[in-house]
Design a binder for this molecule. Sequence first.
Ligand code: SAM
Length: 443
Amino acid sequence: MSQKVRELYEQFPYPLRDPGQEKDRLLMPPIDTLSRVNHYCFGGTKEFDATFRALVAGGGTGDSMIWLAEQLRDVGGSVTYLEPSAASTKVARARAEARGLSNVTYVNQTISEFARSKPEPFDYINCAGVLHHLEDPEEGLRDLTSVLKADGAMGIMVYGEHGRLAVTEWRKMIEPLLEGKDLQQQLAMTRTLLSALPEDNMLLKMGGGPGFIKGLLENDPEIVDLLLHPVECAYDVHGVYDFASSAGLHVAAFTGFFGFGGTGKAHYKIDNLVRDPAILRELVAKPLRDQQAFCERFSGAMPLHAFYLTREDKSQTAEMLPDAELAPYFFVPPNKTFFDDLVALAGQPVLIEDGSGNAVDLTGGPDLARLLAVFDGKKTVAELVAILRDEILDTQPIDMNSIAINTLGAVWALFHKFDWMLSSKPGGWQKTDGERTLSVRKI
Ligand SMILES: C[S@@+](CC[C@H](N)C(=O)[O-])C[C@H]1O[C@@H](n2cnc3c(N)ncnc32)[C@H](O)[C@@H]1O
């Protein structure tokens, strides 16, 4: 770790957090939500118990550490928070103490120092916004892999090359002015420039307008991290796959990361972006990573990539209807009137939405509400197929089993698109999303 980077995070612990706010709200980085980790990385079969060990590498001021430790506290699982910056650790520790979390171990080291100490390996490693700041990110990823259990998984976030072009351009612009100035002087100059941006400046477009710049001007660590970092690189989708394979790992799935709306997994699916059937046909014939790479440049909205890595390739299974012995469940729970509304609006086009901008439109038949009501997290896919075949679709004259499987597959695809449904073993880890609920609205 270079001296400059070390000093940067001592001066500006990242992200800006006030331990006093812990009593008012719990931040839940979506990448570390264990229901998601279970579905995408462990095929829904992980036991989250006292043996479960999570590592947060480059934990900053503690967002991921807090969320993981909160989820694991009742089952006795533990979190190791690894962070070389003493100033960041101070904030993270104060936050954990404010919440009464006692399942965290604090380690004041870099990733490579920690890996050399050969700790007992981990089930899940979070490393968000860190590897792209290392002199040798591939070495960093190999170090993390060396402390990962054989069936373990990682949740990684790195900068996205294409969606970050505005920053790259800004840095090219400002580079000649940085020489000979210390970080405080660089920051002061950057603040002056940001306060009076021409209206066509790319940074304004990247952040969605003046609100983004106003937010930046109230957050010095964000300005420093975004625009003045001495060591950084960025990845496009192919770069992410190559990065993963440099450590012998596979991309299990892309996922969401808070702060930037354009990075949820739905944005990596071409059928969400391309409507033209002929072009779509051509695209779906390409390998998955080519499809996702197309999405990155077509949408232009991915300043970062958040993704899960595993040793075994799980990418094909995560999106398909789960195996017969797994139980799909509503990760985003339906609101109180959801099923009644579906029945009342049967046969009419409706929008199902989760309150955060994600929606699917469909026209449900009279039995859609009945079908959705049987996804209770206890019934397996095999049992759901049987119910569908024998009780709900029982008036069709042909091969009921395949109709039932296809129908279930179609319903799963719709409800898995935004992680509204995930899967686990029946009665397994099925904690629901604490932020969203599903509602139905007539179009
Ligand atoms: C941009 S912050 C991200 C913090 C946190 N992961 C998050 O997402 O909020 C990067 C963090 O990585 C830490 N870091 C930088 N180089 C590191 C290294 N070689 N090993 C471990 N942590 C490192 C920094 O001290 C800093 O706290």
